[in-house]
Design a protein around this ligand. Structure first.
Ligand SMILES: Cc1ncc(COP(=O)(O)O)c(C=O)c1O
Length: 366
């Protein structure tokens, strides 16, 4: 019997370790702009809700508390423009990474079924296909895909790593095409609240989906908008038939978010002030890092939304990684997201203001 791990690619982050050691040896300490992990505090109102729910001896439900489902429905209507949503249109999940990795298995996909995702993409879409032994295909434009055997189409707008945003017209065309061919669309929208030079639109917006959620599901996460990556809190929204099926499977599989996390998610989804404050922090860091990189001769593509700058010096990405590591700055090589990224690096905005200042100082022309 072959090990499941044999189906998976080499864990790419291990390859970055030597450069991390170089950057860490800088006298001013490392500025780690590689993994996009939130560093700012969990907002007080969310911490309070978590603590208030600490005495939770019973099993939580997979579908979530009625309060959580209410909060999810209200958020989708308020923030995404979804209309006539009900509890059957939402499903809380443990983090969205876990969902992405195990979705093809839970949808019953296998050999001969195809999973498609963007040419430059979050690597877990491919991992999910591999775990299910399904085929996988990377696309430049989903409308150019061969629909035969295609069962699951991943969209990711705003994109990790490029920060590219799909326009409302592009989304509308893709959803119509997928429906015509009976292909299920999962739209990973976990950076939707972080638009800078673009205002990202959800697939659930009536102008995209025509007010019907048939064949479309949006994936959302509280990790980025509310600094909750440590809690593991995400959710799905859209087609009630698909979500109903997933609910049944997940009940058997025991994939329920913890009760204190569910309570914390209610508080997080019911408040937009902390999201606005966090956005302001990222906007300032983005501006400073962007100016510093441009000053060093970098070119920045897309990056109109999300938590990253997609930057290049038109050289192999590992040369750029090495150059920046010598300055004590760690970034992610673009080829982690597909061979097409081999001349780019991904620069995360997730460090403190003090570390951003250290980076800009080191990048300043001398
Ligand atoms: C595109 C994309 N989807 C999903 C995730 C996973 O987020 P989480 O598991 O914290 O919800 C990430 C995290 O970086 C991401 O970039």
């Amino acid at each position: 019997m072959s090990a499941v791990s044999d189906r998976l690619p080499v864990f790419p982050w291990d390859k970055l370790e030597p450069f991390k050691a170089t950057a860490a040896a800088h006298p001013g300490g490392i500025v780690d702009l590689s993994v996009g992990t939130p560093v700012d505090p969990v907002p007080q109102l969310i911490q309070k809700a978590l603590v208030a729910a600490a005495d939770s001896p019973g099993y939580p439900t997979v579908w979530g508390t009625p309060e959580l489902r209410d909060a999810l429905v209200a958020w989708c209507e308020r923030r995404l423009g979804a209309r006539d949503f009900t509890h059957r249109n939402v499903l809380p999940v443990v983090g969205s990474k876990e969902l992405v990795a195990w979705l093809p298995v839970q949808l019953g996909l296998g050999p001969g079924d195809k999973v498609a995702y963007p040419r430059l993409a979050y690597p877990t879409y491919e991992v999910g296909a591999r775990l299910a032994r399904a085929d996988h295909v990377a696309y430049d434009d989903p409308l150019e895909l061969d629909p035969a055997g295609l069962k699951l189409l991943w969209l990711n707008s705003p994109s990790n790593p490029t920060g590219r945003v799909l326009s409302q017209q592009e989304l509308t065309r893709i959803v119509a095409w997928a429906r015509e061919h009976g292909i299920l669309v999962f739209a990973d929208e976990c950076y939707l609240e972080l638009g800078w030079e673009a205002d990202p639109v959800s697939v659930l917006h009536p102008e995209v989906c025509g007010g019907s959620y048939e064949g479309i599901v949006a994936v959302h996460s509280l990790s980025k908008r509310s600094n909750l990556a440590g809690y593991r809190a995400a959710f799905l929204a859209g087609d009630s038939a698909v979500l109903g099926d997933l609910l049944q499977i997940r009940k058997h599989g025991g994939m329920m978010p913890s009760a204190p996390t569910q309570a914390a998610a209610v508080a997080a989804l019911s408040d937009d002030t902390h999201v606005h404050e966090q956005r302001e922090r990222y906007a300032a860091r983005r501006q400073a890092l962007r100016d510093a990189l441009l000053g060093q001769g970098f070119r920045i593509e897309h990056s109109e939304a999300g938590l990253y700058l997609w930057a290049t010096r038109d050289e192999p990405c590992w040369d750029t990684v090495a150059h920046l590591a010598d300055l004590g700055i760690l970034v992610t090589p673009g080829d982690f997201y597909g061979p097409a990224g081999n001349t780019f690096v991904r620069v995360a905005l997730t460090v403190t203001d003090e570390r951003v200042q250290a980076a800009t100082h080191r990048l300043a022309p001398r």
